[in-house]
Design a protein around this ligand. Sequence first.
Ligand code: GCO
Length: 255
Amino acid sequence: MPTNLFDLTGRTALITGSSRGLGRAFAEGLASAGARVVLNGVNTERLEQAAAEMREAGHDVLISAFDVADEAAVIAAFEAFDTAGTEIDILVNNAGIQFRKPMLELETEDWRRVIDINLTAAFVVGREAARRMAGRGRGKVVNIGSLTSELARATVAPYTVAKGGVKMLTKAMAAEWGEKGIQANAIGPGYMVTDMNEALTSNPEFDAWVKGRTPMRRWGLPEELAGTCIYLASDASNYVSGQIIYADGGMISVL
Ligand code: GCO
């Protein structure tokens, strides 16, 4: 038994969509547990800024700019990791977007974009990472679900469908990759204070609804998800696979 089951020293973690928001918090959490982290996003300037801030705090940080929804770019990024000898031990499939519109007004193109980025990209990046993890006989995949992995909310249908898919993708990964030494799990965040949710946090009615509906009576902070991510990325969860853990202040457990 290692002395610290949560120690990630010597591991490298790729976190998609990590220049800000939840992804950044996951990167900070994994780095503080000892991992080298690879930040990803499409805006190189923003990535460099985030990397500089994290290095300032003493973390070991690389950046890899690519669009998770562009399969050729994903494959090229993993080939670049291979060339550089960068082995991704931990993948956090975090990149996501939201698009709020009632279904009767929703264009198919917007539906597809949300599904592509939130769901299909998790499969594509997951496949590329897992092919390499399988060769090494170990790896951790942490997908990011949502309360909408279980429950619908009006105006966010494609996101709901994508996140329901992420829950089942996690189980499919667990089913196929367990024998290769890979554990795949998911985190289901509750309502979090992020840029993506700005339209919700700044809406007094929505704010009151979230606080009324959440047993902890408040929104979650991105850093409050870090511990769950460290757990699922570390040896502490070595016999846990196919699970989605809700970090939601208790919201999904109550009516
Ligand atoms: C929304 C929010 C959601 C929530 C999520 C909680 O627009 O409904 O952005 O994505 O944050 O459902 O898990």
